[in-house]
Design a protein around this ligand. Sequence first.
Ligand SMILES: [Zn+2]
Length: 171
Amino acid sequence: MKYTIQTWVNNPILRSKSVEVETIDDELQLFFLVLWKMMYANDGVGLAAPQIGNNVRVIATTQREKKSGKSKLIGETLMVNPVITDKSKEMITAEEACLSVPDVFGFVRRHKSVTVEFLDHKGHKQTKKLKDFNATIIQHEIDHLDGVLFVDKMVKEKPSKKDSRKGKEKK
Ligand SMILES: [Zn+2]
């Protein structure tokens, strides 16, 4: 099967609720590799399976450390059937961009920290607590599994100015 980046806010694949993974078989392992490859090929900081046309609850995520505006890759985590089990009351509003909605940039309000439970690529149960930018990646990607796009939650769109949009970290 050929996977391609799915775009457009009314794309039925992006708007569907993805199904839980029941078995992590060889075919799914190959899909994990495709998801990673496409995330990095498109300079994404995260990518959800429906974004490349497969409605299963799988996300590829990176963890980053922000220092004076620049972000450095400090980890990567594949999550199968991710569920947010705890979230901070404190919220943050930050700029987001999405590979599936390439022309829109804007601000979204999200929980400052989240705890997420998931299965790793071997099917082992894992728990991770993430904060700030790394927490927004998880929330953005899990929304994709539920057919939700960041534009649905956007509190303010960033005015279009081509230059300011270059090199934005897309999810
Ligand atoms: Zn996205």
